[in-house]
Design a protein around this ligand. Sequence first.
Ligand code: KIV
Length: 277
Amino acid sequence: MSATGTDKRLSPPDIQARKGGTPLVVLTAYTTPVARLVDPHCDIALVGDSVGMVLHGLPSTLPVPLEMMIMHGQAVARGLAHAMMVIDMPFGSYEESREQAFRNGARLMQETGAAAVKLEGGEHMAETIQFLTRRGIPVMAHVGLTPQSVNTLGGYRVQGRGNDSGRVRNDAVAVAEAGAFSVVLEKVPGSLAAEITRAIAIPTIGIGASADCDGQVLVVDDMLGLFTPFRPKFVKRYAELGLEADRAIATYAAEVRARTFPAPEHVFGEDLPRSRD
Ligand code: KIV
């Protein structure tokens, strides 16, 4: 039994039915061991294209290829028993046409076992979202700050302040009406996120948005203190595993240099094998 009180594998309609209910818990995962950690506590494990920056050291999500998403999706699937897996469609894999989006979305689902894809964009992606959802590909939409558009947005800025609020609101309404089963609201003012959450019929999942959203998502390496090159305001550090790892590695290095590791209990003797050999 998972911490969320059910052994049943959640589906996109289950997630949609959580609108206005107990907040949805979402974290990214890119590997099997982290998927195993996330699985008992989360409703959704998101194989985000942030994998490119977090695990592969890329400067943005733009260079992430479909093959990288598939490889990490397969690894995450091996670690999940309860949480629903959603996988990001990377930049360049869906924007050209509805057909291109279907072809690559189907490939992501077939080769990884993901239950849904996530794609970035609002009104201009509504037609594609409708095309995918009508053909068996559930879509989580992503509006507000859409990192794949960092170059057209001019940076990782808050979206929807002042006169710009209507644009983000219209984007959220459009993806909901197109059939998305949920929508990520990234880096939008709290009051706008709350207003959108009240206005649309699908769950909103906030990141740098508002506690009034229907759920929250964070990059797992951010909240564990494992990814440190930069730290957006919306990241709360629930652990400092990077510091802990640094201490452990420094101690190992010192012990190797001092010849205090390996100690006798880590070394094999001449006598008959025992169970830990
Ligand atoms: O790629 C990602 O990890 C994401 C989340 C931050 C929402 O899109």
